[in-house]
Design a protein around this ligand. Structure first.
Ligand code: HEC
Ligand code: HEC
Length: 345
């Protein structure tokens, strides 16, 4: 089915979805589980032994719920003063982030950490740099009430959405309990899960198209594996499936000039000192589109990032040619960004 399922009648989608084992959804908090059921559709890999596997090529979801989530994601009315939407900091056509080292929230306030992309975020094992939200539903609670991001309240969002006949009608048609905070977050999270970017040159190569990678990209991939990058950046999302310390082979934070709050990593979640400077390994999908890099946005080019990673994560120096080859491989991870923004307001 794949992306064409978006245009299929809703009833057919629900039947199709019910035949599949849902790949990723935990307890969404939403009342009607059938409406929020979501499953990815996978194509076979021609290289099943590789440590990286292709992204899903499609998904099964309720198209009305996805459309509603798309609209809400782009709606500035979810913020305290009507100026900031999720999409303000996560612009899907631009790579799912804002291209800034520090995001700009309500009343021009600057945040404290680099905004990650929402593209392929449904494939990560947890959300945020330190993994403090387990699901996209849980993640979506945060930004609306964050004083420096959207500066609003969920009570106000529910009241506003319920007062809008277009929204209210759509929620009533999908959920027995209509507009609730959980149902709004279920819509946003379901929309986010659809933001997959298949068909990158690397995915086409994994799926068996031998000419999809240039010789230099292929050599870069071999080096990415041989150098050890793949021990952390692996799986379907080339990352997103484990926690690792930033600074395995050296004290990155001391060398940078001291530690800030955003550098704590998972210790802020687990309160276990062993988790200081431990981060969820980021996905490298579409990484060529999402500069600047690292949670502290300290690197502005992929060449810089590769050198920092080699030094602090692997304890080795890469020469300019090796660095360039790995960058070529990273560029082969840029896929096709889905069209969104339907019904934006
Ligand atoms: C003012 C900018 C801003 C706004 C508005 C914003 N975000 Fe974010 N988003 C961020 C930043 C910064 C982070 C990283 C925070 C962290 O890891 O501590 C983030 C993280 C995320 C993540 C986690 C991605 C990952 O790989 O870990 C998701 C998903 C996300 N935001 C979705 C949303 C949604 C949905 C909304 C609207 C309800 C939203 N964001 C509004 C800046 C923003
Ligand atoms: C020991 C695990 C580990 C190894 C090995 C490793 N990385 Fe990383 N990588 C990480 C972690 C953790 C981060 C997040 C650092 C941060 O910003 O807090 C990261 C971040 C990155 C980023 C930035 C992503 C972004 O969106 O900001 C890139 C690119 C990257 N790594 C590429 C590489 C390359 C290339 C290699 C091999 C030379 C490599 N990594 C080796 C764990 C690792």
């Amino acid at each position: 089915m794949g992306a064409t399922s978006l245009r299929a009648p809703r009833a057919a989608l629900l039947v199709a979805a019910s035949l599949l084992v849902a790949a990723c959804v935990g307890d969404t908090g939403a009342a009607d589980v059938a409406v929020t059921r979501f499953a990815y559709v996978y194509a076979p890999s021609a290289h099943p032994d590789e440590p990286i596997q292709p992204l899903p090529v499609g998904y099964e979801a309720n198209a009305d719920l996805v459309r509603l989530g798309d609209q809400l994601f782009h709606d500035k009315g979810l913020s305290g003063d009507g100026t900031v939407a999720c999409a303000s900091c996560h612009s899907v056509p631009d790579g799912g982030d804002d291209g800034l080292g520090r995001s700009t929230g309500i009343r021009g306030q600057k945040g404290g950490i680099n905004a990650p992309t929402v593209l392929n975020s449904g494939l990560n094992m947890a959300q945020f740099w330190n993994g403090r939200a387990e699901t996209l539903e849980e993640q979506a609670k945060g930004p609306v009430e964050h004083p420096k991001e959207m500066g609003g309240s969920w009570d106000a969002v529910v009241a506003r959405v319920a007062a809008d006949p277009g929204y209210a009608g759509a929620f009533d048609a999908l959920f027995p309990d209509g507009v609730t905070a959980d149902n709004i977050r279920a819509a946003i999270a379901t929309f986010e899960r659809t933001l997959i970017t298949p068909d990158s040159p690397f995915d086409r190569w994994l799926r068996g198209e031998d000419g999809a990678l240039s010789e230099r990209q292929l050599a870069g991939y071999q080096l990415f594996k041989a150098a050890g990058c793949v021990t952390c950046h692996q799986g379907r999302n080339v990352g997103g499936n484990m926690y690792q310390v930033f600074g395995v082979m050296g004290d990155y934070f001391e060398d940078r000039g001291g530690e800030e709050e955003a550098d704590l990593g998972r210790v802020a979640v687990t309160h276990d000192e062993g988790d200081r400077h431990v981060f969820r390994v980021p996905s490298l999908r579409n990484v060529a589109l999402t500069a600047p890099y690292f949670h502290d946005a300290s690197a502005s080019s992929l060449e810089d990032v590769v050198r920092v990673m080699a030094t602090y994560q692997l304890g080795r120096m890469l020469d300019d040619e090796e660095t360039a080859l790995i960058v070529e491989f990273l560029k082969s991870l840029t896929g096709t960004i889905p069209a969104t923004g339907g019904g934006a307001r």
